[in-house]
Write a protein that binds this ligand. Structure first.
Ligand code: NAD
Length: 385
């Protein structure tokens, strides 16, 4: 049966140039596009480990609809050609791990702003649609975080719910280099928005709110550098797998909402296939019902991991560290991030489905299945030598 868009029109197969397709979000988006649609993907990245299962063997049912192009968008003239022969470009490429924002601020700014410029330019010059991935970090801190802790206004959603078309972007001082990422993302958003307003660029901007699931980042010492610091899910998974205490930065008081990657990918597919409803918009994509403090997240992950691994939790499941110790000088944080869902609901009728417990159960089952044996061997190795 022909697939139809939200307005009942048949969806025509398109060619999508997906930059950063080899990353966490890209790998899930490629999977979805291959299994549920007839679109073609030109997958651009410097790595392809996370999409290898979609590229080989050639007998796969979608073979011929996905091509991998190993290139670095910083310096490769093939990029324009790929954008030119596609109907839509999706840009996911970025340095986006908090441990890098204050320690590699230049790479962070170049990656999130400068390197995205040619992508915008080629889309504009060739009259192509662009879906650009920004971040919920562009909101920075909430207005509520500046109120006294006992102020009744702290309970008022107007002071903490983040709305695409109304909330301000509140960052720390320039010395707090943590904000280099958010600021670069904000500037590329403003540039894309201005290209839309002044020159007619057809764009959609996505602001992900903590999307998590299988294949997120790497486990240090197993499929990434031992000294690497991945994002929070992989950091905590690594501690659980190694039976080490989970490190709680500054007491784990920050609040976050987590969304299952598969729910979020449904939202992106709606944007891809409903251009008339998605173009010109900025969309929060998150799950406001899954809010926890990082401390609560750690407690839940510890319980879920015990369930999926069959191992009791260790005696001291957490240890406190300061942000300076963990992330280094120049770190800072957002207090709380709850997305407003009005715009995405109205334009695309989308809502997230998966509870935090369920998404952690699927994700940690995957982590255990994928890494537990390799970690056991890595731990056993030194004594075997
Ligand atoms: P990721 O790091 O897993 O994927 C990014 C991919 O881009 C990587 O595979 C990387 O190799 C590739 N890349 C980076 N620079 C490149 C270059 N110069 N040339 C070619 N490829 C390059 O990250 P992700 O979680 O999949 O995030 C994708 C996008 O979504 C990013 O823009 C990120 O800022 C944004 N985002 C994600 C989240 C989340 O919850 N996962 C939250 C906020 C924002």
């Amino acid at each position: 049966m022909a697939r139809v868009d939200l307005d009942g029109n048949a969806i025509k197969p398109m060619t999508i140039c997906m930059i950063g397709a080899g990353g966490f979000i890209g790998s899930h988006l490629c999977e979805k596009l291959m299994s549920d649609t007839s679109h073609t993907v030109l997958a651009v990245d410097v790595y392809n480990d996370k999409i290898k299962h979609l590229l080989e063997p050639e007998s796969l049912p979608w073979s011929g609809r996905i091509q991998f192009h190993r290139l670095n968008i910083k310096n490769d003239s093939r990029l324009e050609g790929l954008i030119k022969c596609s109907d839509l470009t999706i840009n996911l490429a970025a340095i986006c791990t908090p441990a890098d924002y204050n320690t590699r601020p230049l790479d962070t700014i170049y990656s999130n702003f400068i390197d995205a410029l040619p992508v915008v330019k080629y889309c504009l010059e060739n009259n192509k649609r662009l879906i650009h991935f920004s971040t919920c970090e562009v909101y920075g801190k909430t207005i509520g975080s500046f109120l006294p802790k006992d102020s009744p206004l702290c309970q008022d959603p107007a002071y903490y719910i983040l709305k695409e078309d109304a909330s301000p972007c509140i960052f720390g001082s320039v010395e707090k280099q943590r904000w280099s990422y958010a600021c670069a993302k904000q500037l590329i958003e403003r540039l894309i928005y201005a290209e839309g307003a002044e020159n007619g660029l057809e764009f959609t901007i996505v602001r992900p709110f903590n999307w998590i699931g299988p294949r997120m980042d790497f486990i240090p010492g197993i499929d990434g550098p031992s000294e690497g610091v991945p994002r929070v899910l992989a950091c905590f998974s690594n501690n659980l797998l190694r039976r080490e205490p989970l490190k709680l930065v500054d007491g784990g008081e920050s609040q976050r909402t987590f969304i299952y990657i598969k729910d979020a990918i449904e939202a992106v597919l709606l944007m891809i296939e409903n251009p008339a409803r998605a173009s010109g918009h900025i969309f929060n994509v998150g799950n406001p019902n899954n809010e926890v403090t990082v401390r609560q997240l750690v407690e839940m992950m510890t319980k879920v991991y015990s369930k999926v691994s069959g191992e009791d939790a260790i005696q001291t499941p957490t240890v406190d560290v300061s942000s300076k110790e963990f992330y280094g000088e120049g770190y800072d944080d957002s207090d709380k991030r709850i997305p407003d869902m009005t715009i995405i609901n109205k334009q695309l009728g989308w809502n997230p489905k998966t509870s935090l417990w369920d998404l952690l159960e699927s994700t940690l089952t995957y982590q255990h299945r994928t890494y537990a044996e390799a970690i056991k061997q890595a731990i056993a190795k030194p004594s075997a030598n």
